[in-house]
Design a protein. Structure first.
Length: 134
């Protein structure tokens, strides 16, 4: 962690822990959420960043690949520091693209994962399984 702080020289801020209530404010303070994982199912952290209007850069694994298809962020080759570096280098100066992808992600999460959307999907699944289609 000391090396990361030295390399970042004020560009990156690392916070060891925080409360759940503080997360939205932290997400909204970000220009880009970076999730370099070796394995993910569907990352709640990436979804949380998207819900806050923050674009993401994630390893192209698991659910992050699917979320990358929404156009709300970018994916890079897993376990490749050079792929991560290249992606960060090309993304960093693209301020308008960051904003656009952040808004796309916010909209996607609110339309797809809201309580209403989830309840509608559950209702459809139950109606289909029970043979009670309207």
């Amino acid at each position: 962690m000391v090396l990361a702080r030295e390399l970042a020289r004020g560009i990156v801020h690392m916070e060891p822990s925080m409360s759940q209530a503080d997360l939205p404010s932290w997400y909204r303070a970000m220009d880009l959420f970076v999730m370099p994982s070796r394995y993910e199912t569907m990352s709640n952290a990436v979804l949380e960043a998207m819900a806050c209007g923050v674009p993401f850069l994630a390893s192209e694994v698991g659910g992050s690949k699917t979320l990358g298809e929404t156009g709300a962020g970018w994916c890079f080759e897993p376990e490749s520091a050079s792929s991560l570096r290249d992606a960060l280098t090309s993304i960093a100066p693209a301020r308008a693209e960051l904003k656009s992808r952040g808004e796309r992600g916010r909209k996607h999460v609110h339309e797809t994962y809201s309580w209403v959307a989830s309840a509608q999907r559950l209702e459809t699944i139950l109606a289909t399984r029970l043979g009670v289609m309207e």
